[in-house]
Design a protein around this ligand. Structure first.
Ligand SMILES: [Cu+2]
Length: 144
């Protein structure tokens, strides 16, 4: 009888030993909430592509005197805006480009602005005062 009791006890112990608390149910992997993309910010505006052809103005410093323009050659792109600043002017002169009907009196420190012809070629500029042109007060505007 004693033997049986031991056996029973053993069984119980084994049973107890075998008992293991139920494993905690594995937490289901929290399914990531299908969140709306946090990127609700307004899309930054893409800067406009600059125009393919950015025409940069041409700046020229020029002296006018008796009887010359210096420099006497201006080279510009077709249709380019040209700023000619008279650094020093001696006497009374004009700056004339017949091809674009441009005429200004030259004055020290003043800037004359014109748009080069849109047709490539060679154009003359000159002073139309008296006989200054024939005395050499001319120059060449080269349009590429
Ligand atoms: Cu002149």
């Amino acid at each position: 009888m004693k033997k049986l009791a031991v056996l029973a006890c053993t069984i119980v112990l084994l049973g107890a030993g075998c008992f293991s608390p139920p494993a905690e149910p594995a937490q289901p992997e929290p399914s990531p909430k299908a969140e709306a993309p946090a990127d609700n910010r307004p899309v930054a505006e893409q800067p406009e592509e600059p125009a393919a052809e950015v025409s940069v103005d041409l700046n020229i410093s020029m002296d006018a005197g008796n009887f010359f323009f210096s420099p006497s050659t201006i080279t510009a792109e077709a249709g380019q805006t040209v700023h000619v600043t008279i650094e020093s002017n001696e006497g009374f002169h004009t700056f004339v480009i017949d091809a674009i009907n441009f005429k200004r009196s030259t004055k020290t420190g003043e800037t004359m602005t014109f748009v080069a012809p849109t047709t490539p070629g060679t154009y003359e500029f000159y002073c139309d005062i008296g006989s200054h042109q024939s005395m050499g007060m001319t120059g060449t505007l080269i349009v590429k």
